[in-house]
Design a protein around this ligand. Structure first.
Ligand code: C2E
Ligand code: CA
Ligand code: CA
Length: 622
């Protein structure tokens, strides 16, 4: 063997040994094992040929050629399996199909094992290796697996992304180049070399640890969770997920810094991995959720998980809460989106470790549907606005209106604002939704009908969250300008503040809106935890006494006294009052006797659509 050949083999062997050493670090997935087997296969081939060339012993040469072909013919098949697993279709091929896929290899093995009698594949003439026609079956088999691999890769390229698809195709191109060169010019033996270059590039680019493992926790990452679960669900497996959500991450970061948090997360990951059994897997999603996947559906792992978490003493020391939710796949969740969605929405405001019950899942599922409905309503402008008259006790005419929104979703039907406003607030959709509602109301006002009936104003509900947006005054003003509507015709209704809340920003926006010319009503008075002086600080034009106070007042004299004294205090503070939820004649009379200025309730009218309202106003206000 000359030095060129020697360096050629040494390069192949050393680089493959490196690949094996590096790729063995930690990831033990099936495709890594397949890649490992493929690498060993090429490595053994290289070693065999190396010795064959070195010793130049006829018996050994013959022996090594047999082993070489056994290995070599198997390589494309392993590679094909690797591709199948890479694109997440391992469980899609039935066992018998995998065995059928082996037929090309088997045919060549028959040729190879009968070769001593037939010389069909190769023979030695005067110590020289000569190919026979049978060897082309090996090439045909390889071509078959390559073609299948390419076909699957292209078909399922979305599963692995463009970059990996290209990497794999480049790898195949390298092998094919090697094979073609060697086929045409048998003396230039580059096939093994190009194959090992390709394996190295796959090892670096595709099987890079960072792509499947989360660095902080050393658990598998979200991408891996998604592809694993997609496969398992498609394969119809039954398994369990324990979503383990660490709450108050922000507080931990604020007080103790990111490094401390990462150390804790890493520790949690390690402890969770400490209780894995067989094929259990631990994943970490960046938002503070660990997911423990187990195929053991008989045993409840919750307690084991709690025990593991209890060994992380920092959790208790730093008051970090953990919520655990057990999900049975496919019974409770049937697709990956649901899994991700639920893990995102879990949180325990508690600072203990606790297991959530299943009603939580129903709640999240409903919220998700409502969220979808809100998005739909926003995008298609398909929400409704209804108006409820507010009647003056002095004149018995409609004094003003409250605009209330409705969503009737094509999929889930009617959703009450009590439900969708909450979800909109939680998901941040409230800003967009509110602006659209505001726009609709102002456009209704601009039709001019309300002025004809001498109405004082239209009240529009604003979520407290919105007052934390500095751009709110500008946005609302722009809409009124767009329609040429007088700002003083609009009352913004907001609910009471909680004493604990930091109001600085809220007050600033409130005052800015007042400056522009908006009036304000304080909504749901008596339900919050406000104190009367904090209400007085804000310049409300109207206070709306919550319906619960009125409804309670018939229950006992004590509750009646609460209603009476509230009316008195608010009147002393010179607020004009609206009483909500008025349903009976007695209630109307009672409120009139107590000089409550305005009444809103089913006694006069439920919230109604624009056209019905105009008809109502025609009767009531003429
Ligand atoms: P709210 O602001 O306190 O609105 C009054 C609610 O009481 C309305 O419920 C109304 O239909 C109901 N109501 C009025 N009179 C009576 C009565 O005599 N008897 C009974 N049983 N109920 C009466 P609705 O329309 O279901 O709205 C519920 C809540 O949803 C509202 O309470 C408000 O907080 C919120 N909301 C509704 N529309 C919007 C909106 O466009 N934006 C915002 N931010 N919140 C809204
Ligand atoms: Ca209201
Ligand atoms: Ca109210």
């Amino acid at each position: 063997m000359n030095t060129v050949q020697m360096s050629y083999f040494i390069t192949i062997i050393v680089s493959l040994v490196c690949l094996i050493i590096f790729s063995r670090k930690g990831i033990e997935r099936r495709k890594n094992k397949l890649l490992f087997i493929a690498t060993i296969n090429i490595l053994l081939s290289a070693i065999l040929l190396f010795f064959a060339r070195t010793f130049d012993n006829l018996e050994y040469n013959i022996f090594s050629h047999y082993v070489y072909h056994i290995l070599h013919c198997f390589f494309p098949f392993i590679f094909f399996l690797y591709v199948v697993d890479l694109i997440g279709r391992w469980y899609d091929i039935k066992k018998y199909k995998t065995i059928l896929m082996l037929i090309p290899v088997i045919i060549f093995y028959v040729i190879l094992f009968t070769n001593p009698f037939t010389d069909f594949a190769f023979k030695y003439v005067d110590g020289e290796y000569k190919r026979g026609a049978g060897i082309y079956f090996e090439y045909a088999a390889a071509a078959f697996y390559m073609a299948c691999g390419i076909f699957w890769i292209i078909k399922y390229r979305n599963a692995i992304g463009v970059k990996k698809t290209i990497d794999i195709i480049l790898f195949l191109a390298l092998i094919i180049t090697g094979v073609l060169i060697q086929l045409i010019l048998p003396d230039i033996k580059v096939e093994l070399f190009l194959t090992s270059v390709g394996l190295l590039s796959i090892g670096c680019n595709i099987e890079n640890r960072d792509q499947v493992v989360n660095r902080i926790t050393d658990c598998y990452n979200a991408d891996t969770l998604i592809s694993d679960n997609e496969q398992y669900i498609r394969a119809g497996f039954k398994y369990r997920l324990y979503v383990i959500n660490i709450s108050n991450l922000n507080i931990v970061i604020n007080y103790f810094g990111v490094n401390r948090l990462n150390a804790i997360l890493n520790k949690i990951g390690t402890r969770l991995k400490g209780i894995i059994y067989k094929n259990d897997t631990v994943y970490y999603l960046n938002s503070g959720s660990f997911i423990f996947l187990t195929f053991d559906t008989f045993k409840d792992k919750s307690n084991e998980i709690i025990d593991a978490l209890n060994t992380v003493t920092e959790l208790a020391d730093l008051n970090i809460g953990v919520a655990i939710l057990k999900l049975s796949v496919p019974f409770m969740v049937s697709n990956v989106d649901e899994i991700l969605n639920i893990s995102k929405k879990i949180n325990s405001k508690d600072n203990t470790i606790k297991v959530l019950d299943n009603s939580f899942i129903e709640k999240i599922k409903r919220e998700t549907l409502v969220e979808k409905a809100i998005r739909y309503a926003i995008n298609n402008n398909s929400f409704n606005v209804v108006y409820q008259p507010i009647v003056s006790t002095k004149t018995d005419k409609v004094h003003s209106l409250e605009a209330l929104s409705r969503i009737i979703d094509p999929e889930i039907g009617f959703i009450s604002p009590d439900e969708f406003i909450n979800v909109a607030e939680e998901t941040g959709l409230i800003y967009e939704l509110s602006e659209k509602i505001f726009d609709r109301v102002v456009s209704d006002i601009s039709k001019g009908d309300f002025n004809k009936f001498n109405l004082d104003h239209v009240a529009i509900n604003i979520s407290r969250l919105e007052l934390n947006r500095v751009d709110l005054p500008f946005n609302l003003k722009s809409i009124t300008e767009k329609y040429g509507v007088d700002i003083s015709f609009i009352n913004l209704e907001i609910t009471e503040t909680h004493q604990s809340e930091d109001n600085t920003l809220l007050l600033k926006t409130f005052n800015r809106l007042k400056e522009i010319g908006f009036n304000f009503s304080l909504d749901d008075y008596g339900t919050g935890l406000s104190n009367i002086s904090s209400i007085y600080e804000m310049d409300f034009n109207i206070v709306k006494i919550d319906k619960s106070i009125l409804w309670n007042s018939i229950k006992s004299d004590g509750y009646k006294a609460i209603l009476d004294s509230n009316i008195e205090i608010l009147h002393n503070l010179k607020f004009k009052l609206v009483c909500e939820g008025v349903e009976t004649k007695e209630q109307v009379d009672y409120l009139k006797n107590h000089n409550v200025e305005y009444i809103q309730g089913y006694y006069y009218s439920k919230p109604i659509g624009y056209d019905d309202l105009i008809e109502y106003l025609k009767i009531k206000n003429n």
